[in-house]
Design a protein around this ligand. Structure first.
Ligand code: KIV
Length: 271
């Protein structure tokens, strides 16, 4: 049973109510109008315009190069598509770390120029003031802990985070700080399932996991990954629901054959 009517727009309140009701929250990434239209029609609760657009859409190795203007471009297209889903946009690397004012200015630009509903920001206690500043301006914020890809060079890779007692302790305390600072949800990325479950139990706000096990209040995946469009990417946490890469390649090979042989267009496909 859903706490939210299917035809009603998802809001911060709906997300918080889902945690209370024990209803799991579904989130997927999208970066363009066509994909976002499909995700929204299929009933996903939240669409994340992730800075993973840097990898998925632009082919960079990390999320670091994508700019605020580029994020706003992607977000604007997704917002045009989303009739029901809540649209959350990542604050990209370099758009908030300087100081709380910069974080606020970047967040305001995202909401004002794209029409999105919330921002997501990577980090713990270090960015507490920035989160408070954004929340106090009336902008809903989702935190992001664990594997925070903008810190890939500090971590030395994309491995599992919070394996040590020290790091697990910091993550637990950071989660509390983010809740106290006003975040309405927290993404937990690539951490042990047991730790994610403990953090989830302690918090009033929902956790949304990616590679963080089944006890989180919700799950998020990159849309292209779960649809099987990214051939080389098969981490343990990823459930692939389709093999679109194979289907698209097959379709394109057939198209090329049809064009070369003169089989396309047929009489019926001409004016
Ligand atoms: O950018 C992104 O896609 C993300 C998700 C992996 C949570 O932050």
């Amino acid at each position: 049973m859903s706490v939210h009517r299917e035809d009603k727009k998802i809001t911060v309140n709906s997300i918080l109510e889902m945690k209370v009701a024990g209803e799991k929250i579904s989130m997927l990434t999208a970066y363009d109008y066509t994909m976002a239209t499909l995700l929204d029609a299929a009933g996903v609760d939240m669409i994340l315009v992730g800075d993973s657009a840097a990898n998925v859409m632009a082919g960079y190795d990390t999320t670091l190069p994508i700019t605020l203007n580029e994020m706003i471009y992607h977000a604007t297209a997704v917002v045009r598509a989303a009739k029901r889903a809540m649209v959350v946009v990542d604050l990209p690397f370099g758009s908030y770390q300087g100081n709380p004012f910069e974080a606020l200015t970047s967040s305001i630009r995202i909401l004002k120029e794209s029409g999105a509903h919330a921002v997501k920001i990577e980090g713990g206690v270090e960015i507490r003031e920035s989160i408070e500043r954004i929340v106090n301006a009336g902008i809903p914020v989702i935190g992001h802990l664990g594997l925070t890809p903008q810190s890939v060079h500090a971590f030395g890779g994309y491995g599992l985070r919070a394996k040590s007692v020290h790091e697990a302790h910091k993550l637990t305390s950071d989660a509390q700080v983010l809740q106290d600072a006003g975040c309405f949800a927290i993404v937990l990325e690539k951490i042990p399932a047991k730790l994610a479950g403990e953090v989830t139990d302690k918090l009033r706000i929902p956790t949304i996991g990616i590679g963080a096990g089944g006890q989180c209040d919700g799950q998020v995946l990159v849309g292209q990954d779960m649809l099987g469009m990214n051939k080389g990417f098969r981490p343990k946490f990823l459930r692939q629901y389709l093999n679109l890469a194979e289907q698209i390649e097959g379709a394109v090979q057939q198209y090329v054959k049809d064009v070369k042989s003169g089989g396309f267009p047929s009489q019926e496909e001409q004016y």
